[in-house]
Design a protein around this ligand. Structure first.
Ligand SMILES: [Zn+2]
Length: 397
């Protein structure tokens, strides 16, 4: 590190490190390079009885999985709804900025990421009553594949004996356990309508709500009808499933409530998810397709006005601070392999106290290039001792 190129100054304010606050991870639609689209790895396990019955057969399961993934991704990508609650709200509708990717295990030949298990002991889940076992993890312990890096989603069946009992409701439910998800009843209810209008069935278009809800838990979200879900934009309410007499004349559409809509993500919820996905110590970050390692020349970020980065950022291209602009970096920034930070002659880079510039993939990035004109030269100013990791060259003219 050539420290002669850095001007050291006192920190103007002893502010609390901002890098782990959800507020700083809410997407700014004019600066989406700070919230890149994230791709979460998923695989699916279809639990069948010993003779292969009791759940989708192979062909139906593959169709169902692909359709469910497509619809869940479409909902996330382009169908986030305005929040129903509180009544009269002005809550912004922002892009959730994550998607799911079916992920085979590279160590299994011809793997497609969809697995079938015939297991008389573990094919079922009991959702209520004396034998309720929804929180049991034995099916996960036995069959999960790439467990810490991939969200394992299990299609469980109702127990054959439970379905015979008249009092048993073979409802769809889901449960998230760590980085795995168990979904119950998708096959049993496939042809059932959700209400007496007989227009919507418990099929993929409807079940995206359950999948997105359970993955919401995996990503760190709580139920949103409760008071302490950490989100000021998701008010407590009575959690009505659908419209009926008061208090159900107002029904939430939030994905983390129990309701027929489950298609609204609030800014706070999106912020919590991206805070977790950017935190190097979180279990959620390990579930991401790590696509920020190599330089993409088409993804150069140009800073044209003053900006302060109070969140961790994974860059995919070079970073340029243009003339008359100042960029302040207060958190971790990953620069891709071979990438550089370029400061134009009248540009300025401020490195805050908790700043870390690195390549997150243990490769080298080029370094910081200070461009000069006849009169001026790009500046780097530091409010402490910024940490540089994997930087090939010290700061250069
Ligand atoms: Zn839940």
């Amino acid at each position: 590190m050539d420290s002669s190129q850095i001007e050291m100054v006192e920190n103007p304010e002893n502010s609390h490190p901002p890098c782990n606050q959800w507020k700083n991870y809410v997407p700014d639609t004019s600066k989406l390079y700070k919230t890149p689209m994230r791709y979460l790895k998923v695989n699916f396990h279809i639990m069948q009885r010993a003779d292969g019955s009791g759940n989708f057969d192979e062909e139906a399961a593959i169709n169902y999985v692909n359709m469910l993934l497509w619809i869940s991704n479409l909902t996330l990508e382009s169908k986030n709804q305005k929040m129903n609650l509180p009544v009269g709200n002005n809550t912004e509708v922002l892009p959730p900025r994550y998607q799911y990717v079916l992920t085979p295990d590279p160590s299994i030949p011809n793997d497609d990421g969809i697995y079938f298990h015939q297991d008389e002991e573990l094919y079922f889940m009991v959702s209520r009553g004396r034998d309720k076992d929804i929180f049991k993890k034995d099916v996960i312990h036995k069959y999960a594949i790439q467990k810490d890096e991939v969200i394992n989603i299990f299609f469980m069946a109702h127990h054959a004996d439970s379905l015979k009992a008249e009092s048993y409701h073979g409802t769809d439910i889901g449960v998230a356990l760590g980085t795995s998800v168990k979904l119950l009843g998708l096959k049993t209810n496939y042809d059932k309508p959700i209400d007496d209008t007989n227009t919507v069935f418990y099929r993929e278009w409807f079940m995206q709500g359950l999948l997105n809800h359970e993955i919401g838990h995996v990503l760190g979200l709580s139920h949103s009808w409760i008071k302490h879900d950490r989100c000021p934009d998701t008010p407590p309410h009575t959690n009505c499933w659908n419209y009926s007499a008061p208090p159900c004349n107002h029904v939430s559409n939030n994905v983390m409530d129990y309701n027929v809509y489950r298609s609204a993500w609030s800014p706070c919820q999106i912020g919590i998810v991206h805070n977790n996905l950017s935190n190097k110590d979180s279990r959620q970050r390990k579930l991401l397709v790590k696509n920020w390692c190599d330089l993409d020349p088409n993804k150069t970020v140009k800073i044209r006005t003053d900006e302060i980065w109070d969140s961790s950022v994974d860059l995919f291209g070079n970073l340029i601070v243009e003339n008359d602009a100042t960029l302040t970096i207060n958190c971790r920034v990953s620069i891709p392999k071979g990438g550089k930070i370029i400061i134009k002659p009248r540009g300025k880079l401020i490195l805050g106290k908790t700043c870390l510039l690195e390549n997150d993939c243990d490769d080298e990035w080029e370094g910081i290039l200070l461009q000069a004109s006849s009169k001026e030269k790009g500046k780097v100013i530091s409010y402490g001792t910024p940490i540089f990791k994997n930087m090939k060259h010290s700061i250069q003219k």
